[in-house]
Ligand binder design. Structure first.
Ligand code: UD1
Ligand code: UDP
Length: 358
C-alpha cells in the first residue's frame, strides 16, 4: 500500500516528520508531496535538513497568491499528482491551505484522507484556518486528535467516533526528540542578546494586515521593549506592514529573519517569555515551560491554557501583562503537560494507519 503525505507550509514539517519516521517501521510505501505554499529556504528547506525529513518526491511549486488562487492552483496540480501516484491514503497535516486543497482533491478521487491534528476549533470563521479545519475534518476517514477538546468538537459535529483517534501531538514528538539540540546560550551569542529577553512572533492576518491594527500592535510591542529586550523573527507576511506601522527600528527591538527550527526553539527555550499569534508556538511553550502570551481573542488550543503556560492577551493589555509576568519568578518547568504529549504520537498514528491499510 502507498501512503502519500502532503506538506507545504512551515507548521506542516514538524508534524509530518515523526509520522513519516514511524511509518518507516511498517510495511507501506511512502511518498511526500510538497505543495510549495512556502518556498523560502528559511520557511521550508531548513526544516527538511534539520528534522531529517526525506526529500519530497515532488514539489508542486504553487507559491503565494490569494486564498482562491493558491488553493485552486494546488488542486489542479494535486489532481494530476494523485492520479499518477494512485495512493491508498493521503495524509494531511494541520490547517493550512495545502491541507484543504489535498483533502478536496483526494476525496473527489475517492482516496481516503487522514487528518493529523483534527478537531481543533477557534469558532472564529474569520480565520482562514478555521474553514480549512472544518472542511478537512468533515471529509476525512481517519481523524487524529491531539487533545480531548477536539474529541468533543468532532462528536458535536456528528463525526462517527470510530473514525477518531486520540493519539497525542506529533509536533511535540519533534520537540522532545530535538530537545538536546536546543542551545539557548549559542543562539543568544549568535544574535548578541542579553540574558533576559522576550521572543515575539507575529504573522496572523488579524494582527498585521490592517494598518490600524498593525500600528496598535507596534505600540504594544514598544511598550514591551521599554521593559525588556524583544527579539522578533519575522515571518515574511506583514514584515513590510509592521515596518510601515513603525514597529522597527525602535530601541530594544531586534528584528531578524525567520529562524531555523533548532535556532528558533533554542531561542524560545532561553526566553523569559514569548509573545505570539502562532498556533504551534502556544504548544511548544507549554511543553518547554516558557510563559506564553498569545495576542489573539481565542485559541483553538485551549489545553495550552488549562495544562500549560499560555494566556490570551489583547494588544491594549499586553504591556501590563508583561509587567506582571516580569515581576514574578519564572515558573518551574514541572507542571503536567497535556495528556499524551509524550513523544509517541507518531508511533500511534502509524499503527492506526497500518491497520487501516491492512
Ligand atoms: C500560512 C497559513 C497559516 C500558518 C502560516 C505559518 C494558510 C491559510 N495560512 O500563512 O495558517 O500559520 O502559513 O507560517 O494556509 N511568503 C514568502 N515566502 C514564503 C512563503 C510566504 O515571502 O516562503 C509571503 C508571501 O508574500 C505570501 C505571504 O507570505 O503572500 C503569505 O503566505 P501564505 O502561505 O499565503 O500564508 P501565511 O501567512 O504564510
Ligand atoms: N518556527 C521556526 N522559526 C521561526 C518561527 C517559528 O522554526 O522563526 C517554528 C515553530 O517553532 C513551530 C512552527 O514554526 O514549530 C510554527 O509555525 P508558524 O508559527 O509559522 O505557524 P502556525 O503554528 O501559526 O500555523
Amino acid at each position: 500500500a502507498t501512503v502519500l503525505h502532503i506538506a507545504g507550509a512551515r507548521p506542516n514539517f514538524p508534524k509530518a516528520a515523526p509520522v513519516i519516521r514511524a511509518l518507516d517501521g511498517h510495511d507501506v510505501a511512502q511518498r511526500l508531496v510538497h505543495t510549495g505554499q512556502h518556498y523560502d529556504e528559511r520557511m521550508s528547506d531548513v526544516f527538511f535538513r534539520q528534522l531529517g525529513l526525506p526529500e519530497p518526491d515532488e514539489n508542486l511549486a504553487v507559491g503565494s497568491g490569494s486564498h482562491g488562487r493558491q488553493t485552486a492552483d494546488m488542486m489542479v496540480r494535486l489532481e494530476t499528482s494523485f492520479q499518477e501516484a494512485d495512493p491508498d491514503l493521503v495524509v494531511v497535516y494541520g490547517d493550512v491551505n495545502s491541507t484543504l486543497a489535498a483533502t478536496l482533491v483526494a476525496t473527489k478521487l475517492a482516496i481516503p484522507v487522514a487528518h493529523v491534528e483534527a478537531g481543533l476549533r477557534s469558532f472564529n470563521r474569520a480565520m482562514p484556518e478555521e474553514i480549512n479545519r472544518l472542511v478537512t475534518d468533515r471529509l476525512s476517514e481517519l481523524l487524529f486528535a491531539t487533545s480531548p477538546d477536539a474529541l468533543v468538537h468532532l462528536g458535536n459535529e456528528g463525526i462517527a467516533a470510530e473514525k477518531v483517534h486520540f493519539v497525542g501531538n506529533p509536533m511535540i514528538d519533534t520537540l522532545l526528540a530535538n530537545l538536546p539540540r536546543f542551545d539557548a546560550a549559542a543562539i543568544r551569542g549568535q544574535l548578541g542578546l542579553p540574558e533576559r529577553y522576550v521572543v515575539a512572533t507575529l504573522h496572523r492576518p488579524a494582527n498585521v494586515d490592517d494598518p490600524g491594527d498593525a500600528a496598535e500592535l507596534a505600540k504594544a510591542v514598544h511598550g514591551v521593549a521599554d521593559q525588556i529586550e524583544v527579539v522578533l523573527p519575522l515571518h515574511p507576511r506583514g514584515r513590510q506592514r509592521l515596518a510601515a506601522a513603525g514597529l522597527y527600528p525602535y530601541p530594544g527591538i531586534r528584528v531578524v529573519e525567520p529562524l531555523g527550527y533548532l535556532e528558533f526553539l533554542s531561542l524560545v527555550r532561553g526566553a523569559r517569555a514569548v509573545v505570539t499569534d502562532s498556533g504551534g508556538v502556544q504548544e511548544e511553550t507549554t511543553v518547554l515551560g516558557v510563559p506564553c502570551l498569545t495576542l489573539r481573542a481565542e485559541t483553538e488550543r485551549p489545553v495550552t491554557i488549562t495544562h500549560g503556560t499560555n494566556r490570551l492577551v489583547t494588544r491594549a493589555g499586553l504591556v501590563d501583562e508583561v509587567r506582571a509576568l516580569l515581576a514574578t519568578d519564572r515558573p518551574a518547568a514541572d507542571w503536567p503537560v497535556p495528556p499524551l504529549w509524550d513523544g509517541r504520537a507518531g508511533e500511534r498514528i502509524a499503527k492506526v494507519i497500518a491497520e487501516f491499510l491492512r
